[in-house]
Design a protein around this ligand. Structure first.
Ligand code: 5RP
Length: 224
């Protein structure tokens, strides 16, 4: 098993019958959704899920995982999602896959937020991975200027030759802030910029970080 799969399987073992579950996005969350589908099929595991992206929703439906919407789901027992970076305080950078807004909405309705990653994502200090910031298309150039004034080198995300569009119809500015020593403070400043919908800093949300290592071991870090 590869390290992402190891972390994903350890996280899915935390799911119990009857739980309401948030499904993450990305190549690590993919393994978690596959494993949930397997447990639904083979064990008759009863869960109700909501996904953080169209891509993950389609995958879950293809595996016959029961899905529901926000009308019926007010809180989630657990969400299992990936991250682009996680530091030793369990603060995160997310959004490499472009799903940060839906991921954050779901993170904030979750009792036990579980992050899964391979060892390359576990870092001393956030910021090597450029921080994704979702912005509305209207006047995005001025939002870019405000981010630059905060100290970032922003870059408009492209897919092939076109501008990358999120599931919510927005753009993403990937921002090089250098090392991020105060993620809480930076998040507050970014959120105040007009045109910013959400930034990829996930501060004080993670209850458990599960890291899969190249040597086949799995290490679990719980919030203190
Ligand atoms: C998507 C995300 C992903 O969780 C993050 O990009 C990690 O992806 P992967 O597991 O493919 O490395 O935040 O918006």
């Amino acid at each position: 098993m590869n390290p992402k799969q190891l972390a994903a399987h350890a996280a899915v073992a935390l799911i119990e019958n009857g739980m309401k579950v948030g499904l993450g996005t990305g190549s690590t969350a993919y393994f978690a959704i596959q494993k949930i589908g397997q447990r639904v099929k083979e064990e008759g595991l009863q869960v109700t899920c909501i996904a953080t992206s169209i891509q993950s929703e389609e995958l879950a439906k293809s595996l016959n995982i029961p899905m529901a919407g926000f009308d019926t789901l007010k809180r989630l027992d657990i969400t299992i999602d990936g991250a682009d970076e996680a530091d030793h305080q369990l603060q995160l950078i997310k959004g490499g896959g472009g799903a940060l807004l839906r991921e954050k909405i779901i993170a904030y309705m979750t009792d036990h937020y579980v992050i899964i990653a391979d060892q390359s994502k576990y870092v001393e200090t956030l910021g090597k991975f450029h921080l994704p910031v979702e912005v509305i298309p209207f006047g995005w150039q001025r939002t870019f200027d405000h981010l630059e004034a905060l100290g970032a080198k922003p870059h408009l995300r492209q897919r092939d030759t076109a501008i990358y569009i999120t599931d919510n119809g927005n753009y993403i500015l990937d921002c090089d802030f250098g090392a991020i020593f105060e993620p809480r403070d930076l998040q507050t400043k970014i959120d105040l910029i007009p045109g910013v919908v959400e930034c990829g800093l996930f501060v004080d949300r993670t209850g458990t970080l599960i890291i899969g290592n190249n040597d086949g071991s799995v290490v679990t870090h719980n919030r203190k």
